[in-house]
Design a protein around this ligand. Sequence first.
Ligand code: PLP
Length: 361
Amino acid sequence: MARVYNFSAGPSVLPESVLKRAAEEMLDYQGSGQSVMEMSHRSKVYDAIIKECEALLREIMNIPDNYKVLFLQGGASSQFAMIPLNLLNKSGKADFILTGQWATKAYKEAARYGEANVVASSKDKTFSYIPEWNEADFTKDADYFHICMNNTIYGTKFTKLPETGDVPLVADVSSCILSEPIDVSRFGILYAGAQKNMAPAGLTVVIIREDLIGNAQEITPTMFNYQTHADNDSMFNTPPCYTIYVCKLVLEWLKNEIGGLEKMKAINEKKAAILYDFLDSSKMFKGTVEKKDRSLMNVPFVTGDEELDAKFVKEATAAGFVNLKGHRSVGGMRASIYNAMPTEGVEKLVAFMKAFEEANA
Ligand SMILES: *Cc1c(COP(=O)(O)O)cnc(C)c1O
């Protein structure tokens, strides 16, 4: 068996021990005689899986008791609508910082249901930095304030948070959840598509402060009302059962093999530094974002020559470093180095880049 180093932005690499465990348990989950794929979501054996998944997430992220954890479907993209439908219920206004495509989609979708205001943007330089903001520009009576914490396509992340006072801060954490500790109590809602750092595709995790549930706009579809899912422990309808099970395995790996989020952060910082240090010293490759705003998870880089970029991607793929092509909107390369990417994968990628640079100098 030959496994490649997979730098995909999502769906993305999973810990090998998790895949092995899932394979071992595929035909007969813990003596039940069934695969988790096959069992009723209302069965006792499945109930233990979803409960354990939530308990582990609460423990690892230190989620306060006054927050609900919801296991939903529809991707982070559905949250772009679900958030305004549920939260735009007083002034009908929300503030946005635009730091990339996902943040912009959240903004545009919210504008369909209320008044959406842009308080800062980095569009002028292709979202290659996190813009400064001025608190005087914030809407005092906004129903929420939205940011995209880690910008998957451009490779930037917020290193400080806007002070929004009583206005609930809502963050898309799809590509940085579980990569380092986060103070959940600073937020009204944290949400993430699971296919970057948590599980395979199909699961959307929403962590929501309880007082934000229960005031959805009248037009809100039942399935888009947080109350529906909060009242039914994410079992109003069939949840993405198997993905939640793999998420549980990933959380067990994070707790038992890694040792929690502080340890994960230290590993991620070391891993990212290997790649960034090389980019800073290379004469051929260079990073595309402002250093102070660099993401720990997504590292875009270019040679400055499109043909050379294409040659690099082709040769890297042949050598077993796959999915390095940059997002179709920005070109170049991007290495997504999520939690499950081993340090060795980044070391070997850098060695390959050095050899490529020498051969093509
Ligand atoms: C991938 C991604 C999305 C889109 O997620 P889906 O689950 O495909 O809807 C949204 N926001 C961020 C930050 C992402 O990385």
